[in-house]
Design a protein. Structure first.
Length: 368
């Protein structure tokens, strides 16, 4: 029985990056032997075990055989006769097919180290086309590392799109990879790669339409800006949403089963981003209508995220920010509770609070 570190931890160590949890592959062992050694089985589809002390993942070396379309259409073979090279051959990219033994020696049968040095994403072998998730992973790695994609790998990705393999992608997995890509340092690279191979139009046609429009450069700048600022996922997704119709966002989020907070902020961006972008000229009545529409009173953090998404990448957002801040400061000084208590009828409460807030904004804006 031999144990090797594999995958992302080896890759990131070679790149000098902070390493994630280490994964290991075990060659020459059976599931029964692993259990006797104290490892706890957790894999449902193939034998994966947790170390009894470190709780890191140890998987038996395995091979795969494609049996049907899609992410789950595989049969696995995990027996002691499977070699390390066979296990590495089933992986997606050469940079993820590097192993390191317990003595620190690298095993690199597919040239992953050279591709790391050349900053190239290259598929390991022809079996790459069997798993459509790999298209999304390549795009995500491009966003993380800003590596180029080998021409032959891009060609395979185009073929996978053309033959309909991407149509078998499970919506939850699409969202998972897409969300992770949005959170990388250069999310625009992910979208560029997905567009180049044709996958974006198939899995997220709403975003393809927005990205192909006349405002593509503005959209790229905005997404780059929120990524550079370290913004949350909701904000990054809302940047895409601000160029879409609310119905398109609803369809996209429903299909991908996107989280409600991402959907809601994107919907608000679609409806109110233009108002916020033009807020330097905003009058008091429109400011109050905006605050009410986005529920500033109960969800101030979401409002702040909306403003960040709406103004991301704008060349001169300072006047809009200043005017919105003046209005927000003004309404925050209004004692809504006291007004509610003094209102003559319950139905008058909202009217009286709105009137007080409107007066406060007009004073702040010096409106008559």
């Amino acid at each position: 029985m031999k144990i090797y570190a594999v995958g992302g931890a080896v890759r990131d160590e070679l790149l000098g990056l902070r390493q994630a949890d280490r994964d290991y592959v075990v060659v020459g062992a059976t599931a029964e032997q692993m259990v006797k050694l104290g490892y706890r089985p957790v894999g449902r589809d193939f034998p994966v075990f947790l170390h009894p002390e470190t709780h890191q993942e140890y998987a038996l070396a395995r091979t795969e055989r494609k049996t049907a379309r899609g992410y789950n259409g595989f049969d696995f073979h995990a027996e002691p006769d499977v070699t390390l090279e066979q296990d590495l051959a089933r992986r997606d990219l050469t940079i993820n097919a590097i192993a390191k033994d317990e003595a620190g020696k690298l095993i690199d049968p597919f040239g992953g180290v050279a591709d790391l040095r050349a900053r190239v994403l290259r598929h390991v072998g022809p079996a790459f086309i069997e798993d459509p998730v790999r298209i999304l992973r390549v795009a995500r790695f491009a966003a993380r590392f800003d590596f180029s994609i080998a021409p032959e790998t891009m060609q395979l990705m185009r073929e996978m799109v053309a033959n309909g393999e991407v149509d078998a992608l499970v919506s939850e997995r699409v969202w998972q990879e897409f969300a992770r890509g949005l959170m990388e340092s250069r999310p625009t690279r992910m979208l560029q790669v997905l567009r180049e191979c044709g996958a974006l139009a198939r899995v997220m046609p709403e975003i393809e339409t927005a990205w192909a429009g006349a405002d593509a450069a503005v959209l790229e700048n905005a997404l780059s800006a929120v990524a550079q600022a370290g913004a949350a996922l909701e904000v990054r997704f809302a940047v895409l949403g601000r160029t879409l119709d609310p119905l398109a966002i609803e369809a996209l989020c429903s299909r991908l089963k996107a989280p409600a907070d991402c959907r809601d902020l994107a919907m608000l961006a679609a409806r109110h981003a233009h108002t916020i972008a033009d807020a330097a000229e905003l009058d008091a009545l429109s400011a109050l209508a905006l605050f009410n529409a986005v529920d500033l009173w109960r969800k101030p953090q979401r409002y702040a995220q909306l403003v960040a998404a709406a103004l991301a990448g704008e060349p001169d957002s300072a006047p809009a920010l200043a005017r919105l801040a003046r209005a927000q400061t003004a309404v925050s000084a209004v004692n809504a509770g006291a007004i509610a208590q003094s209102s003559m009828e319950p139905g008058d409460i909202r009217r009286d609070i709105d009137a007080a807030r409107l007066r406060a904004i007009r004073v702040a804006f010096q409106e008559r």
